[in-house]
Design a protein around this ligand. Structure first.
Ligand code: NIG
Ligand code: FE
Length: 417
């Protein structure tokens, strides 16, 4: 559904621009007091001082919404999640609480493989219902666009099932959240290919990519480039093939060890490199020079009890940083936007203003959508969050608490909490 909407008395807080904001530009927000925002057929057509038209009937064909001076921000863009899966790994979490670590659990047959077994067993409808319930929760926290990855099938049928769940949720006329699908067939080496990672990459290149690209089931291709998973060379081979099929490129890079994923992202001019807990200084410079967005996922560091990515240093070096939740059943079983804000500011040295840019315009840039999403400007999609306050700093001051009261998607008002 797409609507005409006029919002009055909004305290507009937004980054500005139609491409990623880099370095210190991330901290610059435009603020307008008691502003009017007009949305026509789902697209922003005016932002500025009240023009008084509300008094002479000009807006008869618009829904009217009074923001009463509270903060209106662009809808949040969560540009890295794995929200389509089945099963849970609460048992593993308990093992970690007793001292085991993520990689050793993975090597003993748990981890991603455990979620793959659960996801393969379950039907399309079951997966879809579960994914839909995650979307509702995300929407209540202000997310209006989410990226979702496959990668819990690692076989033809299940990978396609995950992608088709996302396609069908995206086709819902009344959707509150837009979905950008990513093919992450290279998330782990499936049991059937144990010890034959190269053969598995061949299968992804020869059998999966042509079908997925041909049926427009994914916009991006991603790979878990990590010690013991896929090497830099295997990642390069897969991503180079994906690009030939017109897919955008993403990497899980330097998450657990410093393998050179960031350098590969720069070499391939990937749209984003994500995680980067152990990125090298050279990797940071090369990503900046190649215009790769650094997508940081503080919930993962928090939940794995790993050191946080060097957000402050990356921004000071001039990189464009995006923030996302990484919602998944293993390393970040949370889609909490409020906690993401708080951790980024408390532990990665980001300012509130930078964190807002990272979850809006730069999140959009990490999905190649900075021209359409991520700021409140004429020509962008009418996606907004309304806070319960006129002070945007409360987004991080209230740790882990939700200050979003209303979400507006393409001009349609959806009540929040
Ligand atoms: O982004 N690193 C790889 N993938 C996920 C974890 C997936 C899982 O544990 O199920 C991540 O951290
Ligand atoms: Fe991830």
């Amino acid at each position: 559904m797409i609507e005409n909407l006029i919002i009055f008395n909004a305290h507009v807080v937004t980054p500005a621009g139609f491409s990623a904001r880099c370095g210190k530009e991330m901290g610059r927000l435009s603020i307008l007091d008691f502003a009017t925002v007009e949305v026509t057929r789902g697209i922003i057509t005016y932002v500025g001082a009240s023009r008084g038209e509300e008094r002479d009937g000009y807006y008869n064909r618009y829904w009217h919404f009074n923001a009463r001076g509270r903060c209106l921000l662009p809808g949040f863009v969560d540009s890295h999640t794995h929200f389509v899966f089945d099963g849970d790994r609460a048992g593993e979490f308990n093992r970690r609480l007793r001292g085991e670590n993520y990689l050793s659990i993975m090597q003993s047959g748990g981890g991603i493989a455990a979620t793959v077994r659960a996801t393969r067993k379950n039907s399309y409808y079951h997966l879809r219902a579960r994914a839909e319930s995650f979307l509702k929760q995300m929407s209540l926290m202000g997310v209006t666009t989410v990226e979702g990855k496959s990668g819990y099938g690692l076989d033809r049928d299940t990978e396609l099932r995950q992608l088709k769940v996302m396609q069908s949720l995206q086709n819902e006329e009344q959707r509150r959240v837009d979905i950008v699908p990513t093919f992450l067939g290279a998330h782990a080496i499936p049991e059937e290919y144990a010890g034959r990672a190269d053969a598995y990459i061949d299968f992804l290149i020869d059998d999966m990519l042509p079908y997925i690209a041909g049926h427009r089931l994914a916009e991006f291709c991603d790979v878990f480039c990590e010690e013991g998973v896929f090497s830099v060379e295997q990642s390069r081979r897969l991503l180079t093939a994906a690009r030939k099929h017109g897919l955008g490129l993403k990497l899980h890079a330097d998450e657990i060890v410093s393998l050179g994923g960031a350098e590969l992202a720069a070499e391939l001019h990937a749209t984003s490199a994500d995680h980067l807990l152990h990125v090298s200084d050279a990797g940071i410079r090369q990503m900046r020079d190649a215009g790769v967005v650094a997508t940081l996922l503080p919930l993962t560091a928090f939940i794995l009890k790993e050191p946080y990515a060097r957000g402050r240093q990356m921004i000071d070096a001039g990189l464009a940083v995006a923030l996302a939740t990484d919602l998944n059943p293993g390393s970040a079983f949370s889609g909490s936007i409020p906690l993401t804000f708080a951790l980024a500011c408390l532990y990665m040295g980001m300012t509130v203003e930078e964190a807002i840019t990272a979850l809006t315009l730069n999140g959009a840039a990490a999905l190649n959508r900075a021209d359409k999403l991520g700021s409140i400007e004429v020509g962008k999609q009418g996606d907004f969050v309304l806070l319960n306050t006129d002070d945007y700093r409360q987004l991080t001051y209230y740790v882990g608490m939700n200050c979003v009261t209303t979400v507006i998607k393409r001009g349609v008002i959806h009540p929040g909490l």
